[in-house]
Design a protein around this ligand. Structure first.
Ligand SMILES: *[C@@H]1O[C@H](CO)[C@@H](O)[C@H](O)[C@H]1NC(C)=O
Ligand SMILES: *[C@@H]1O[C@H](CO)[C@@H](O)[C@H](O)[C@H]1NC(C)=O
Ligand SMILES: *[C@@H]1O[C@H](CO)[C@@H](O)[C@H](O)[C@H]1NC(C)=O
Ligand SMILES: *[C@@H]1O[C@H](CO)[C@@H](O)[C@H](O)[C@H]1NC(C)=O
Ligand SMILES: *[C@@H]1O[C@H](CO)[C@@H](O)[C@H](O)[C@H]1NC(C)=O
Length: 364
């Protein structure tokens, strides 16, 4: 008995000292050297100086529970960084700091090389944004580069970036192509900031006013309110965006627009200071509902002069309206939409031949 007690005490002394040293050391080490250092300002300057470089898209590699917790800590650290004091612009308002770089991002995820070609409608959309926003760069994130005539026309204005094939997020499978695109756009905006546009957005006014907030989205007002992710304006590591990505832990590929439209709206009600919400007129009005498509494409009753942009809702409007459109029809037919976009036809090549027009550009 006595022998055992003495022995236990002797053993306890170095053990306790060891535990104390380890604990103190652990905290001191963490205090002096955070496990992950990220200087957003120099990262951004690097990006401007050296051109875009997709660094580690950590979200792809998150496989295990412990990894994803680690990732969450890192992301939240980024989210606490102050806004980026970039001011390449000529800021006319004192103390207004441009936070969002004036660069455009498009995502074109044709995993199948025989997917829909890049057509006249895409050309019109890209021309409207490039000529109206006048971005420093327009990044085209693709899997298979399109070959069509309309793509060749716009390609000199693009900086092309091969992107990855998304298969999962936080371990949840992703098969729906629109959801893959949602994930790429979020990653790209998180890492580089800028203006993300769907391939069917017509830009009607410059976005210069919209670059002074961390994060901006617009209302989609149909049966209920949502924030449509077809237009997103974000600084790198905007707190709203990093939180939104975190919420993809619960992602379900079978839910059509929960994570992309409804969830950001719900979050905007909670994190009101992290997002600028523009009203429905900014980007998403008229909507994809039949009577709204009719208003835009088959009437002269809508005035687009208050829209920053207009989403053509191509999946709803293509079969009925867009596929019949041509430079000739836009010039000659009076509709609200044609009036708004006619000016962009000035960017067609001088030798463009209307008679051989093909919306897909196979014969031009
Ligand atoms: C900024 O804009 C003002 C007014 O347009 C102009 O007078 C000024 O020279 C500009 N400054 C710079 C640095 O470009
Ligand atoms: C700009 O911001 C600084 C620091 O926040 C403040 O001291 C200064 O008064 C501001 N200037 C103007 C013109 O608002
Ligand atoms: C939406 O906001 C713009 C600019 O702030 C404003 O001019 C317009 O009247 C608003 N539209 C609606 C429907 O509230
Ligand atoms: C356009 O509107 C007219 C009536 O104003 C209608 O007859 C026609 O079917 C509409 N076109 C389409 C494609 O809906
Ligand atoms: C649209 O509205 C603007 C101003 O609100 C006006 O100047 C313009 O003439 C209108 N366009 C049409 C076609 O009614």
């Amino acid at each position: 008995m006595t022998f055992l007690q003495t022995n236990t005490k002797i053993w306890l002394i170095p053990f306790t000292l060891g535990v104390i040293l380890f604990t103190v050391g652990y905290y001191v080490n963490n205090f002096i050297k955070p496990d992950y250092h990220y200087d957003s300002q120099s990262y951004y300057e690097n990006f401007l100086a050296e051109g875009i470089k997709i660094k580690t898209l950590k979200i792809v590699n998150v496989k295990t529970k412990s990894d994803s917790r680690h990732y969450k800590i890192n992301v939240l650290q980024h989210a606490l960084l102050p806004g980026i004091g970039n001011c390449n612009c000529n800021c006319t308002v004192p103390n207004r700091t441009q936070k969002v770089p004036k660069i455009l991002h498009y995502v074109y995820l044709n995993e199948d090389p025989n997917y829909l070609p890049f057509n006249f409608i895409h050309w019109l959309a890209f021309t409207s944004s490039i000529e109206t926003i006048k971005p420093e760069k327009t990044y085209f994130h693709y899997i298979h580069e399109p070959k069509s005539y309309w793509y060749q026309l716009i390609k000199p204005k693009l900086s092309i970036m091969k992107t990855r094939i998304v298969t999962e997020i936080f371990g949840n499978p992703v098969n729906v192509i629109q959801h893959k695109s949602d994930i790429i756009r979020m990653e790209v905006l998180r890492d580089f900031g800028g203006i993300y546009l769907d391939n069917d957005i017509i830009v009607l006014q410059p976005f210069d006013d919209l670059l002074y907030n961390d994060f901006t989205m617009g209302i989609e007002d149909t049966w209920g309110q949502g924030l449509c992710d077809a237009v997103i304006i974000s600084r790198p590591f905007a707190p709203f965006l990093t939180r939104w990505i975190q919420n993809y832990k619960d992602f379900n590929d079978h839910h059509w627009n929960y994570h992309s439209v409804q969830l950001p709206y719900q979050m905007s009600q909670e994190y009101v200071n992290d997002i600028q919400v523009l009203n429905k007129t900014a980007f998403f009005w008229p909507t994809w509902m039949d009577e709204h498509l009719d208003l835009a494409f088959n009437s002269t009753n809508y005035n687009f002069s208050n829209n920053y942009a207009y989403h053509m809702w191509s999946s709803a409007s293509y079969g009925k309206y867009l596929k019949y459109m041509s430079p000739k029809s836009i010039k000659s037919e009076e509709t609200s939409f044609n009036r708004a976009v006619r000016k962009f036809l000035n960017y067609l090549p001088k030798d463009f031949n209307e008679e051989t027009f093909d919306i897909d550009g196979k014969n031009n």
